[in-house]
Ligand binder design. Structure first.
Ligand SMILES: Nc1ncnc2c1ncn2[C@@H]1O[C@H](COP(=O)(O)OP(=O)(O)O)[C@@H](O)[C@H]1O
Ligand SMILES: O=C(CO)[C@@H](O)[C@H](O)COP(=O)(O)O
Length: 507
């Protein structure tokens, strides 16, 4: 029997799992690490933490499963997208890695747009506008602000690709994650030499780019020893965590969408063609399916807003025990009718990407009155997060993209109230999988495809992924949300100026 490892370098921690060739999960392990926030809107991590978590979790699943190391044929890598690991010519990490939710690069986004000629020209080159989280503005930020570090720079890698370097000694990325650098010609599935030239960035700074199921190398002797595996173990391209999570949800053909409520929120749709949102509100990226694309809307503080509410606000007030806090808070919210008594929450606690692309957007509760209590406010937070996902769905539908099935995933979708709320807010049936394992599972499947256990990722998904539960919209709640959604949408425009002035004051 052959076995495959999936490793997901997440923001809060690394998750590793081991599957057999039928797709059955034999063991899984997690290891967490901190995220530094040296200033409001700045986020960083130490790549060494990702490596230590990788070693720890791989060793843990090998120990738990008791699988013979010679039978582990391949590894798939997934990870938080867009981050930058800056390396010197000796592969030393020059400074902490800047992350996907870092907002320090607004000035560099403007420089990139003007170097391309205009926002429209930039979208023509790389299918997307310049957004603060993406990798290219981070490279320019280093050049503009830390010249001594920039002078040492020899390579820039995405988080999971830095783990690949440590596993195989190779500098390689793959198309789905490379799409989020803003330097990939997404339609041609290769680096945009045109944009690199206009930004005066040397191609040698970037790794090679392959398809997600391609084998990128084998473990070095040192890595094999550290992980307790063999030098015959292959490492496939893998995928950025959104595409990897979508594969884990079986989103590999037209008409299928997935939502994910994790720290960030994602509305993801498969596309046979590189369809581009001319306004640049959705990201158009290569899918981890060979020769296919996807579009997605991303909310920066999705489940992260509930986490903020439960940890920073409610816990302080009520002393809810940490382990049970999400369940306890949402159980209380379930007693409040849909619409939270006309209270609307805007989940823009760290700026927002889709649809506003605004690092200075801020959160708000609007419509409070004397009847509102903690439970209503919790519910309103959940509804605001779900409205933010509906914003992305509305854009997808306005582009004429077919929507046949929506599969809900991520920590938030494990909650029954939130699954019902998604059905009611979207006005559509929501399905969930029998076993949802997220991005690590998606890349373990890519590893199985790379090793030849399946002909294609579509075939692997068909053989392994089973839809279990269906949640239908409730007509009354759907009508309430249809009334509230236009108000939610108007609020950003109405409050934008005040949000910006407040963001300025807190910076
Ligand atoms: N039992 C629960 N009920 C409601 N929401 C939950 C529950 N468990 C987790 N969540 C939400 O899911 C988020 C974490 O999702 P997860 O997919 O595990 O995160 P990450 O994106 O960091 O990997 C939390 O911040 C919280 O908003
Ligand atoms: O920026 C994006 C996608 O564009 C985020 O989805 C990050 O990739 C999130 O990573 P996790 O919080 O799920 O680790």
């Amino acid at each position: 029997m052959s076995y495959y490892l999936g490793i997901d370098i997440g923001t809060s921690g690394t998750k590793t799992l081991l599957i057999d060739q039928s797709g059955k999960v034999l063991a899984e392990a997690d290891a967490g690490y901190p995220m530094e926030q040296p200033r409001p809107g700045w986020t960083q991590q130490d790549p060494e933490d990702w490596w230590n978590a990788t070693v720890k979790t791989v060793r843990a699943v090998m120990r738990q499963s008791k699988v013979d190391k010679n039978d582990v044929k391949a590894i798939g890598l997934s990870g938080q997208m867009h981050g930058s690991v800056f390396l010197d010519a000796q592969d030393n990490v020059i400074r902490p890695a800047l992350l996907w939710n870092d907002q320090r690069t607004a000035v560099q986004c403007e420089s990139i747009t003007s170097a391309a000629g205009s926002r429209e020209e930039l979208i023509k080159l790389v299918a997307n506008p310049a957004l603060t989280g993406f990798q290219a503005p981070k490279i320019l930020w280093l050049r503009d602000n830390e010249k001594r570090n920039f002078d040492k720079l020899a390579k820039v890698l995405l988080p999971k690709d830095d783990i690949r370097r440590r596993l195989t000694g190779e500098y390689v990325s793959e198309v789905s994650d490379a799409s989020g650098t803003l330097l990939l010609d997404v339609q041609a599935r290769n680096w945009s030499t045109e944009l690199l030239g206009r930004l005066q960035l040397d191609r040698s700074l970037l790794p090679d780019v392959v398809e997600s199921e391609d084998v990128t190398g084998k473990l070095t002797a040192a890595a094999a020893k550290q992980l307790g595996l063999t030098t015959q173990c292959q490492v496939v391209g893998g995928a950025g965590d959104c595409a990897a999570g979508a594969i884990g949800n079986g989103i590999v053909r037209s008409g299928l969408l997935s939502t994910s409520i994790g720290t960030s929120g994602v509305m993801f749709v498969h596309s046979d063609e590189p369809s581009i949102d001319a306004a640049g509100r959705l990201h158009t990226f290569c899918h981890a399916v060979r020769g296919k694309w996807h579009m997605m809307g991303v909310n920066l503080t999705s489940g992260g807003s509930l986490q903020w509410w439960v940890e920073n606000v409610i816990q302080g007030l009520a002393g809810v025990p940490a382990a049970k806090s999400f369940e306890a808070a949402t159980a209380e919210a379930a007693g409040v009718p849909a619409g939270s008594g006309s209270l609307v929450f805007l989940p823009y606690l760290n700026g927002e990407r889709t649809p506003h692309a605004d690092p200075h957007a801020r959160g708000a509760f609007v419509g409070m009155n004397l009847t509102h209590d903690r439970a209503a406010m919790t519910r309103s937070v959940m509804e605001g997060i779900t409205f933010a996902l509906r914003d992305s769905l509305a854009i997808i539908e306005s582009m004429g993209v077919p929507v046949r099935q929506i599969r809900a995933s991520g920590g938030g979708s494990k909650n029954k109230l939130w699954r019902q709320m998604q059905a009611d807010v979207f006005g559509k049936k929501i399905t969930t999988l029998k076993v949802e394992q997220g991005p690590a599972y998606g890349v373990a499947l890519l590893a199985a495809v790379g090793d030849g256990a399946y002909k294609s990722i579509e075939q692997a998904c068909k053989a392994t992924i089973e839809v279990a539960e269906e949640t239908k919209p409730d007509a009354k709640a759907k009508a309430t949300y249809n009334e509230l959604f236009p108000i939610y949408r108007d609020l950003y425009g109405n409050l934008k100026d005040s949000m910006h002035r407040l963001a300025e004051l807190s910076s």
